[in-house]
Ligand binder design. Structure first.
Ligand code: BGC
Length: 425
């Protein structure tokens, strides 16, 4: 393993540059090359990934695409582990902050301080994000965007059939509207029965019923009183009610197929991150007209999710140059605009003009700022932003076990408390 701090220390870099210049001029002009492991394979996601590839190639780079299908990325993470174990790490990997820290701790990641200093990342990134990209004070990853998971995507025509013109602002009203929709033979809630999607629903209910302080205590700090509270029981009660609003074929369904159900009027609403907007946009739909984007009943909270790329230690001047080029392009002002317009997210970089962004993105920016002023800016558990893998896995397992069985709310609470205790041992 390389030492994390060593890769770009001036001596090493100097030695590499001298050796390169003396030995082979061809190497000095190595073609910047990256192999990018990512899981952006749905319609909207793929468009955004291609924007990155095009930008890289337009700057003289060679892009080797390694997509691993599977929303939420757990399949991609399995591939990553086996690639690293067999000594064949990809050059750049789409990763979330807790996983970035875990890989950095093992010394697997390259140090990006040189690019970061040159391009002033400390100035162009909000501190909340730059902190997530640093291990031991050194940049090891670069953020692409800011997504949020506390969103309901709705089909206004379908809502109108139940006499509604907007999405309810609390879970009680949501249930009432869902009953009306169901009475008309409409699926109220489009959901893909995959553990990470069920957990997105769960975290939104935690936020809506418990509020931002409760979310922080129960999910982020795993405070026992919060976990054992009546509020947590109510959360599982609501999850049981929501289960009744989902169609029978939900098991294993991909998130984008659930989005398609809303798009084509088969279902009324989906609770999903704003990558769902990328699907609507890719299908030529117009926000506010063909679909509604509304924050879930979230008590002024904002559940954030940042996609970033971590660079793994690799040999070869072409690959190292590729990593540096990619890292630098990702935070380019124009690229941040192009990519995030397609992806459904908002820019990670400060100061990107927002005039081309739609009402959903502008609302996201506004809600994000408001949440930051009131401690409501909270990481999503469902998409691995909040906790180390073992703790996320424990919460996800409990949520999915409860959702897919007749387990009582009290049993779910007990299981959550006990399995978190075990996971921490
Ligand atoms: C990622 C998004 C992606 C979504 C669905 C999330 O974990 O952060 O970029 O669109 O999964 O695949």
């Amino acid at each position: 393993m390389y030492s994390l701090k060593s890769r770009f220390n001036t001596k090493t870099l100097g030695a590499i540059l001298c050796a390169t210049a003396l030995v082979t001029p061809a190497l000095a002009q190595a073609e910047p090359t990256v192999e990018v492991l990512h899981y952006w394979t749905s319609g909207g996601e793929a468009k955004a990934a291609v924007a990155l590839k095009n930008d890289f190639e337009a700057h003289g780079g060679k892009w080797i695409d390694s997509p691993v299908a599977g929303g939420g990325g757990s399949a991609a993470m399995t591939v990553l582990r086996s690639r690293v174990l067999s000594g064949d790490a990809p050059t750049a990997v789409q990763l979330k902050s807790p996983a970035i820290m875990e890989w950095a701790e093992q010394g697997a990641l390259a140090n990006l301080d040189d690019v970061a200093q040159k391009e002033k990342w400390d100035e162009i990134l909000p501190k909340r994000l730059s902190t997530l990209m640093k291990y031991d004070g050194h940049y090891v990853a670069v953020p692409v965007n800011i997504h949020r998971t506390d969103m309901i995507w709705a089909n206004p025509e379908v809502l109108a059939k139940a006499g509604a013109s907007e999405v309810p602002s609390n879970w009680e009203d949501f249930n009432k509207l869902a009953e009306k929709l169901q009475a008309q033979g409409i699926v109220p809630l489009a959901l893909g029965g995959q553990p990470w999607q069920e957990t997105i629903l769960f975290e939104n209910v935690v936020l809506g019923i418990g509020g931002t302080g409760f979310y922080q205590k129960a999910l982020i700090e795993q405070d026992e009183d919060a976990l054992k509270s009546d509020t947590m029981k109510k959360v599982f009660d609501e999850m049981r009610i929501l289960r009744g609003f989902v169609d029978n074929d939900f098991s294993g369904r991909d998130w984008n197929l659930a989005t398609a159900m809303v798009m084509n009027g088969k279902a009324a609403m989906q609770v999903m991150g704003d990558w769902a907007k990328g699907e609507f946009m890719a299908a030529g739909k117009v926000p506010g007209k063909d679909f509604l984007c509304t924050a879930t009943p979230s008590n002024h909270g904002y559940l954030f999710n940042t996609d970033s790329f971590a660079m793994f230690h690799v040999e070869g001047a072409d690959k190292v140059e590729g990593q540096n080029l990619l890292a630098s392009l990702i935070l380019g002002q124009k690229f941040q605009e192009t990519f995030n317009l397609l992806k459904g997210s908002i820019p990670a970089r400060l100061g990107v003009p927002m005039d081309k962004f739609d009402e959903c993105a502008l609302q996201s920016e506004k809600d994000m700022k408001a949440s930051q002023a009131s401690d409501g800016f909270l990481p999503s558990v469902g998409v691995d932003m909040a906790l180390p893998g073992n703790l996320t896995g424990t919460i996800v397992d409990t949520v999915t076990a409860h959702f897919n069985s007749e387990m009582s709310s009290q049993d779910a609470v007990d299981k959550l408390v006990q399995s978190l205790e075990l996971a921490k041992e």
